[in-house]
Unconditional design. Structure first.
Lengths: 600, 98
């Protein structure tokens, strides 16, 4: 058996470990779900806000352009004269600028002209060099304005492009730049007017969608690009482009998401820890107490102790019910134990009584054999080996007077206690029936015995019996056989032979049966072997019987030995034959060796 | 042991297969107690019976006694072993063996 201490620990680890694993999976799943959900929602919210912002921003640029009544004329002029114009990009107004100088020059020439509110007609009325001056001044102002917008909203790119119906290129009309950013025509520089770049598939699609539906948002990589359609300039479409770098925002979202997820996970872990603690306190500890008491009860079977201990624990809820159930179980077990004790005591008493009965029965059978056979003239030996605790066979021999010896071999039909009781009755009756007076008429003895047995035999048992009266002086035997096995006899100088004697019916079977007597003479040296059916009918594992042939053969091998040695040989032979098979029937034998008296 | 029972009108035939000994005789006794009422002729078929012990003889004797009062009983198909047993015990004198 395993050490209960380690068994208990493993069991306790079992529940905690199982629940902990369950919690771990739960926390992991909820953590991941929280992370991805929050990231998804945050990203989408920020995207929507950004889109709205970018849209507002683009509109602001559109409004800025459209503030000039002659905006369309200007756009076209800038496009057509992109190479001729002398443009001051990113003017620093604190330092005083070229554009201011240009303004003063222009205002001197046209004092009534309102630069910001000039209509197309008024501009068309100007001489060409002043038209150019005007276009340059406004372009510079516009750049300044959109630079401010870009700075205010902290966006990556803000520009106006022209493209045709193929959308295959972008012609940059104006672009916003941060202070100090380098202007130029190369990639990574802020484009000056007139820079044309090829548009890739994504850009083409974005510009086309913007032209068709006023605006379009394109999110590729870290940039969100919004294109807002302005109007057509000549046969080209003018689009305001806004690019917003989302990477900072995404980093912020990720950080926030991670922080929130961490909070959720920590919260869940604390909750899980509390749950495990509760399980430990309210389930496992009481369970361990109950278990220890059960183990104690298992070893000492003390019902009062386990009842007292469990009640002292004052367990509530299901543990309390369990505890009550165990107390009831202990009560039941106690009752059963008492019952079993009684039954066991009864059984022991029965076994003891059976064993006593068996001894009493064996005591009935003579076990004292002639010590000096030469003096008495007869040597004999008997043996009874019961198959069960008590059997139904018996043999008997006793002297009737100086010269006569009664020899009896009998077998009762039942076994066990009924057989033994019947055998005792029969033996006593037989002993009473054979007297010096009756010994000359054995057939009459049998008939009398039969009547007596029949009279008290409601259970319809019967007994087979061979009875012989040996005259020791002459060796004459007067015998009667009531349904018993044939005697086996060896005459002086001869071998053992089966004597097929006259047979009557068994005793106790039927009233009024008649029996016939017969006689034979034993010469000095003759031997008589009497037995019950247990000998020839001893059966081995193959369901084979020992049989008469083996019985006679065994006797013949030992025919010159003493009766005791002969019986021993038969017994050995039978045991060898049946091997490990249980001896089923009683083995009862009696061997008589007639020596005869010396004629003094 | 196997008991095959066949009842036709008042004639009952019991065919026994196996061994009729201490352990199996109670079965036969029970069978007889249960079905002998109103039977006028009881036939035993022993052609498949290998062995009979004293406990079996007791049941046969009881059956014979009962049939003596209510009709007739006979036994057929007795093998040599059983015939010897009937001979030795004197049962051959009181039984009708065909």
């Amino acid at each position: 058996m395993k050490d209960p201490e380690t068994k208990k620990k493993r069991f306790r680890g079992g529940i905690i470990a199982q629940v902990a694993v369950l919690f771990a999976f739960g926390v992991l799943a909820i953590g991941l779900l929280t992370f991805f959900t929050e990231q998804y929602i945050s990203t989408n919210t920020v995207k929507a806000q950004t889109t709205s912002l970018l849209s507002d921003l683009a509109n602001e640029v559109v409004m800025t352009v459209e503030e000039y009544p002659a905006d369309e004329w200007l756009m076209e002029y800038w496009y057509e004269h992109d190479e001729d114009m002398d443009i001051e990009y990113d003017a620093d107004y604190e330092q005083g600028t070229e554009t201011e100088k240009k303004c003063r020059v222009f205002m001197k020439r046209h004092p009534e002209f309102q630069l910001e509110y000039a209509s197309e007609e008024e501009i068309e009325a100007l001489p060409p060099e002043d038209q150019k001056l005007y276009a340059e001044i406004v372009y510079s102002w516009l750049i300044t304005r959109i630079n401010e917008i870009k700075r205010t909203y902290n966006i990556s790119f803000l520009y106006c492009v022209l493209t045709d119906d193929t959308y295959s290129y972008q012609y940059f009309l104006f672009s916003a730049a941060d202070k100090g950013a380098k202007r130029g025509t190369n990639y990574e520089e802020v484009y000056t007017i007139g820079v044309t770049v090829e548009a890739d598939e994504g850009l083409r699609k974005a510009m086309q969608m913007a032209t068709d539906s006023d605006d379009y948002l394109n999110h590729t990589g870290k940039y969100m690009d919004l294109y807002e359609y302005l109007y057509d300039v000549g046969n080209q479409h003018a689009l305001i482009g806004v690019s917003y770098d989302t990477s900072d925002m995404m980093v912020k979202i990720s950080r926030q998401t991670l922080r929130d997820t961490a909070n959720v996970v920590i919260g869940l872990l604390v909750l899980a820890g509390l749950c495990l603690l509760l399980i430990l306190l309210y389930v496992l500890r009481p369970l361990r107490e109950v278990q220890q008491n059960i183990r104690l009860y298992t070893s000492n079977k003390d019902r009062d102790m386990i009842t007292r201990n469990l009640k002292a624990l004052r367990l509530q809820n299901e543990m309390g019910q369990l505890s009550d159930d165990i107390i009831s179980l202990a009560d039941e077990i106690d009752n059963y134990l008492n019952e079993i004790e009684t039954i066991t005591a009864d059984r022991e008493r029965i076994v003891a009584e059976l064993s006593l009965a068996s001894r009493i029965q064996l005591d009935m059978i003579p076990d004292t054999f002639p010590q000096e056979p030469e003096k008495t003239g007869v040597d004999l030996y008997g043996a009874m080996i019961p198959a069960k605790e008590v059997g139904g066979d018996f043999y008997d021999f006793y002297r009737l007077d100086e010269d006569h010896l009664a020899l009896i071999m009998a077998d009762v039909s039942g076994k066990g206690v009924p057989g033994a009781l019947f055998m005792m009755t029969t033996k006593v009756m037989t002993e009473n029936a054979i007297t010096v007076e009756s010994m000359d008429n054995p057939a009459q003895i049998m008939e009398m015995l039969n009547e007596q047995i029949c009279k008290h035999n409601k259970e319809e048992m019967f007994v087979t019996m061979w009875l012989g009266i040996l005259d020791i002086r002459t060796g004459l035997v007067r015998a009667v056989n009531a349904g018993h096995e044939y005697p086996i006899i060896k005459n002086a100088g001869g071998s053992f032979e089966i004597m097929r004697d006259k047979h009557g019916f068994v005793l106790g079977g039927m009233e009024g049966m008649k029996y016939k007597e017969y006689e034979f003479t034993m010469e000095p040296g003759a031997k008589l072997f009497l037995y019950t059916d247990g000998v020839p009918e001893a059966t081995n594992g193959d369901n084979e019987m020992f049989g008469m042939d083996r019985t006679v053969d065994t006797l013949r091998k030992e025919e010159n030995e003493t009766p005791k040695a002969i019986l021993q040989a038969v017994n050995d032979s039978v045991n060898e034959f049946i091997g490990d098979t249980l001896q089923f029937d009683d083995l009862t034998m009696l061997c008589v060796h007639y020596i005869g008296r010396r004629q003094d | 042991m196997v008991i095959n029972k066949d009842i036709q009108d008042k004639v009952m035939t019991l065919k026994l297969t196996g061994r009729l000994d201490t352990t199996t005789s109670p079965d036969l006794e029970q069978e007889l107690n249960a079905s002998l009422d109103g039977i006028g002729e009881l036939n035993f078929d022993f052609s498949e019976l290998e062995y009979i012990s004293s406990a079996g003889l007791r049941v046969l004797l009881a059956a014979q006694k009962r049939m003596n009062t209510q009709g007739a009983m006979s036994i057929s198909g007795v093998n040599d072993t059983i015939a010897d047993i009937f001979e030795i015990t004197g049962f051959s004198d009181i039984l009708t063996i065909k």
